[in-house]
Design a protein around this ligand. Structure first.
Ligand SMILES: [Zn+2]
Length: 197
């Protein structure tokens, strides 16, 4: 177990911690106990992404909100969303809240995938692959999602709705399609990467 080095205490009470290439900023002191889980999940994700041909960029930052309201204010996402990634910035709900719901390692892996994914993936495929990579798909119900006749493009559009039940069905359907593609063709082909020698 490595020690966490606190780099800076921000005036507002936020703290910033770096381990390896990842910086995590949090504002709620309870999040301190979740940091180890975050850094472990991150280093596992970086290794597992490399194995499928993807590299996490330098300088990724996780900014954990102090509350669900603060998360919505900084991302525009509804409160039921765990995290949101733009480029190398990952914004999450309070880490200890995700941890208490058993979501923290999945969330870190999911967002790590988004930082490393090839440019230009359609939304449904990016979300489906992120959930397949993270392991979230293992907990999905295997029954029909009711969206099996929807086109890929319409599925991408449905991933932007704010109603939690409809959003959840769209995520499950995107994951079902992405997982089938990976099973049939392998990660590298689905990601558009050249086959390994
Ligand atoms: Zn995602």
């Amino acid at each position: 177990m490595a020690l966490l080095l606190v780099l800076a205490d921000h005036p507002a009470g936020a703290a910033e911690v770096r381990r390896g290439g990842l910086v995590v900023e949090y504002t709620d002191a309870r999040d301190r106990t979740a940091l180890n889980t975050v850094f472990l999940a991150w280093s596992d994700a970086v290794r597992d992404l490399q194995a499928i041909g993807l590299n996490v960029p330098e300088g990724v930052r996780i900014e954990a909100a102090g509350s669900a309201a603060a998360f919505t204010a900084s991302t525009g996402e509804p409160p039921g969303v765990a995290a949101s990634t733009r480029g190398r910035m990952i914004r999450t709900q309070r880490l200890s809240a995700l941890g208490a719901r058993g979501l923290l390692p999945f969330t870190v892996r999911h967002e790590a995938f988004h930082t490393a994914q090839p440019a230009g993936l359609p939304r449904w495929l990016a979300e489906g692959l992120a959930r397949t990579f993270s392991g979230e798909a293992l907990n999905d119900l295997r029954g029909p999602t009711g969206l099996d006749r929807v086109t890929d493009a319409s599925l991408s559009a449905r991933l932007l709705v704010r109603d939690p039940a409809r959003l959840s069905a769209a995520y499950h359907e995107a994951t079902r399609r992405a997982r089938m593609l990976v099973q049939k063709r392998g990660w590298r082909a689905v990601l558009g990467l050249p086959a390994k020698e």
